[in-house]
Design a protein around this ligand. Sequence first.
Ligand code: GCU
Length: 441
Amino acid sequence: MISPLARKSFSLLFLLTLSFVFLAPTIAEAQKFVANYDESKIPDYQLPDPLVTQAGEAVTTPEQWRERRSVLVDLFEKHVYGVSPKPCPIRHSLVSCDENALGGKAVRREVDVFFGESDDAHSMRLLIYTPTKSTGASAAFVGLNFQGNHTIDPDPSISITESWVRDRRDDSTDGHRATAAGRGVAASRWPVETIIDRGYSLVTIYYGDIDPDFDDGFQNGIHGPLGSQLDDVPQVHRWGSIAAWAYGLSRALDYLETDSAIDATRVAVIGHSRLGKTSLWAGASDPRFAMVISNDSGCGGAALSRRAIGETIGRINTSFPHWFCDQYVKYNENENACPVDQHELLALIAPRPLYVASATEDQWADPKGEFMSATLADPVYRLLGTDGMGGKSLPDEMPAADQPIKSGRIGYHLRTGKHDLAKYDWEQYLDFADKHLTKKE
Ligand code: GCU
């Protein structure tokens, strides 16, 4: 005989099991991220004003902006990208030199730059093209690449990176190492010959040389050897990978200051996607970059986080926990609590020329949010005596596809097509550089 009490407990257990079986998938489902692409479903938000201090006072002069700027840099460090170590001394060594590259149009060099003076210091390899016909030092584009220097051009004498690489489904990688099959696979993103023909140098570095792009608790790449300098900084505010990659770009610029073929006062930093987020942070945190280009940088780059459309802070921190500082997680599904938004990152680049680009099929990166961000940086550019986005007033609406806005200090375009760094993008950047990076006599 089963007692009434035992029967009761049995039915309770049965009910609990039943609800678990049916409810568990629903809970998991609810946690699964579904991107919003509907403008009408954007949550209410209020953007911080770059020209109003944390204490609520208006910033009306360039002097006041300088103070405000340093507060904003500090906020971006502590809440978004993390605090980086102070610049380390660098040393370099020439690895290879071809004076007759691109059929004689360019000198191609590989230079290792070491983070520190010790023999075992971590290093990154710069692939440098300079135009042979250039008289004197030339302006340059500097950008990180995704798959290794050997992927940006099929030239078989470019060394294959020995750093960790993300495995691909083709034969360009093998067990997280790059193979010769990857030579030139990213060439469409790096029109080396066009850049040289237009009179610019190109400097590129494999981002994995600086910090391998996977979550290992901020230990590998330069995080390990340089991280000990951050012992005084609370863990949650220490640099993530984007800050480490940006730090690498600044050390590359330290090197370029010593390279007589390149005019380090005329260097544009460029990046696509996660590396566009990186070029923005490099440009914001290092005012020596004379021009900054963000190609499809999206969430954590040029796009406004508070719009929470396409990729969100919560989603990016879940998929890529190592890109930002740990503090940034506080703003997962809680964007309004973040003391800054990304238009203020763009404002940190003022008054230097800034170009933001989006692509029509890249809704994940929120093209509209990238455009809005660029327009919201305009008042800071104007306060500093420049023409901002150009024209007397700001455009009310996003420009149509393939109609670049590039007459002012802030450029913007929406390219037809997918998430990529394309020939069309480069054409606009080269025009923009012609306007802003020419030598001042
Ligand atoms: C993912 C990520 C984006 C990033 C992109 C990239 O799509 O969600 O934030 O920009 O990768 O770097 O390719």
